[in-house]
Design a protein around this ligand. Structure first.
Ligand SMILES: NC(=O)c1ccc[n+]([C@@H]2O[C@H](COP(=O)([O-])OP(=O)(O)OC[C@H]3O[C@@H](n4cnc5c(N)ncnc54)[C@H](OP(=O)(O)O)[C@@H]3O)[C@@H](O)[C@H]2O)c1
Length: 302
């Protein structure tokens, strides 16, 4: 579909869903000078935005009709479908660009993209890598996938939220990469929680430990180790670069000390078991990156 917008100034944008995130997105659009129409199931949540200049739509169909770009930010996909089936919503969608930033799976994104395209609209799926408080700030970014022409045409509008990153035409790419990034984050949280347990078990100050030692350590490891491990993941060559896996699992120091200190090994244990299994499989001379072959074998596909 062709889109004539080359200049983002004062675009008609609608936002469906005014929870914490939808409210932050609508506020960012208003701050950027766009004409914003808002709809939320619980109507009073639109009051503050209306005071700031947003227009209130009484139905999803009215909101869709008002926007060239329709941002959907609802709890989950199960709730998105009925909104698009709302009386008149299907007809209103024709010619619109739907940007759905509701979190879900790649399959859900592809299914919704097909449905939206069938109604004559372009579809972009979005993965917001931010919390509401940092929408509009430099550290925030949003992943997009789906209709590239629509992304290019309305990129400046989307830039009001955060740095916009386009990943490709498959609508499932944004949710997949979103979940991959969250997996990395939860791995870091797991590491923090175990480390904090150890420090607390010895009467230490977790805040000071985290500030002075853990954060600098994790930054150094992220910068020095992850790029090389990522290259190994792509090449499948896991040759050790100074710390072979057999050396790392030669004794269970973290497990032994944790148990002695009364710290659960439930977080660290699964990774430890995979490292040991990789050595038992004959890969002790390689790096820890080879554990990826147990997580997702090379060439294994979906
Ligand atoms: N908050 C974050 O940090 C964050 C970060 C990244 C991505 N996200 C994603 O953004 C989306 C919205 O998150 P949020 O933080 O704004 O959640 P939230 O504050 O809990 O708001 C949920 C929104 O969904 C609406 N909703 C729920 N069920 C509905 C239904 N059956 N029909 C119509 N509307 C319905 C709610 O309407 P009512 O007001 O009427 O209940 C509300 O507008 C989620 O998919 C979330 O995963 C959030």
């Amino acid at each position: 579909m062709e889109h004539s917008v080359g200049n983002a100034a004062r675009t008609n944008v609608s936002v469906l869903g005014l929870g914490d995130m939808g409210t932050a997105l609508a506020a960012a659009l208003l701050a950027a000078g766009h004409r914003v129409t808002v709809w939320n199931r619980t109507a009073r949540k639109a009051d503050a935005l209306v005071e700031k200049g947003a227009r209130r739509a009484l139905t999803p169909a009215e909101a869709i009709a008002a926007g060239e770009v329709v941002i959907v930010c609802i709890l989950d996909y199960a709730a998105v479908g009925p909104l698009l089936a709302d009386d008149g919503a299907g007809e209103a969608l024709k010619g619109r660009v739907v940007v759905n930033v509701t979190n879900g799976s790649p399959a859900e994104a592809r299914e919704l993209a097909e449905r939206v395209s069938g109604l004559g609209a372009d579809y972009l799926d979005g993965g917001i890598m931010a919390v509401p408080e940092i929408i509009g700030q430099p550290q925030a970014f949003v992943l997009y996938s789906g209709a590239e022409v629509a992304f290019r045409a309305y990129r400046e509008v989307l830039d009001a939220f955060a740095r916009s990153v386009y990943l490709g035409a498959d609508p499932g790419l944004a949710p997949l990469n979103d979940l991959a990034l969250l997996s990395g984050m939860y791995g870091m949280f797991g590491g923090f929680l175990h480390a904090a347990g150890l420090v607390r078990s010895a009467g230490g100050n977790v805040a000071e430990f985290t500030r002075e030692l853990l954060v600098p350590w994790l930054r150094a490891m992220a910068d020095s180790q992850l790029p090389a491990m990522a290259e190994q993941a792509d090449s499948g060559d896991y040759g050790a670069t100074g710390s072979n896996l057999a050396m790392q699992v030669s004794h269970d120091a973290i497990g032994d000390v944790s148990r002695a200190q009364g710290v659960s090994t439930e977080l660290f244990g699964p990774l430890w078991e995979l490292m040991k299994r990789r050595v038992a499989d004959g890969h002790g001379a390689e790096s820890v990156g080879g554990v990826l072959e147990l997580v997702h074998p090379r060439g294994g596909g979906a």
